[in-house]
Design a protein around this ligand. Sequence first.
Ligand SMILES: [Zn+2]
Ligand SMILES: [Zn+2]
Length: 325
Amino acid sequence: MSCSTTTPFDMHTAGFGFRGRDGSPLLIFNPFRMAKGAAVQKLSELKPKGRLRVMDLVADAGVDVSDWANFKGGKTKASVNPKYCYEWSYIQPNEVVVLNLWYEYMTEKNGAIEQQHNFRQSARRYEGIPHKSVWKSRALRMDLAVQTAAKKKLPIRVIVCDGQMRDRNDPNAAASKVKSRMLDPVPWSVSEYNNATGQCTLRRGTTATRFIDQFSLPKESPAQRRTVSGVVFARDPEVRRRALLRANGKCQWCGEQGFSMSDGGIYLETHHIVPLAEGGSDATRNVAALCPNHHREAHHGASRLEMREALLARIRSSRKAKNHV
Ligand SMILES: [Zn+2]
Ligand SMILES: [Zn+2]
């Protein structure tokens, strides 16, 4: 691909196509399943061209960056807050892990793009070297981020970095300089992690299909489709994905785990608490993940309005409890 502005994979084969009422295709992009069939995996397409701000990329990946403004530079200088902007990894608890990875270290093998690393080992290299203790802790946090992604099966969003790398094997080498970076639109996952050594293999594409909702079912039977009537509202797949990750497989009304699907996924339905038709927003603060029973009740139950208030309050408080790691 020659043009840097094109997406490095074909969105139309990666997602599910539905048709809107007027017959126009309505693309439902399914970030859980796309990587399986994603044939286009060319390393060269990941070479970053632009140099976007880390804060913006981290926010785009789904990490809450509101605390970046919480220093003497304030909101205007938030993007250069030294507490965050030099970090190598970011964690949004139960939702996503963001890693800065060098393009140079990525490999392409049998159509899969990978990077092998051992951040624990990197941390040990900086041990005892004056002024490098900050690198040591960044490397250890990178290792922790990979562990978190592996344990909680969280998607990894990768900020691909290119530029002047310092010599990995020379702990006294000057700091690296990132000349260009981009957020890979395809989530990565941990394909191997050795608990004893910290050696890991990160792979582009998600291997685990974990949380599934009614919109990501592979095929809708005609019977199911008939139950959808009226105006079809566009739902942002990223909002659904984040709502499902936040619920972590448990119905946000009764707390029971959604049922396990034949392919190992956990099924819950995403629900707009204030309906889109009533002006509710298509944002994670207005989307709950519910078991099918409670989803129906939220729509048709005698106490649906009380449920609405309680769900909104629950999601508000869970958002408040969320902290930076
Ligand atoms: Zn339930
Ligand atoms: Zn609903």
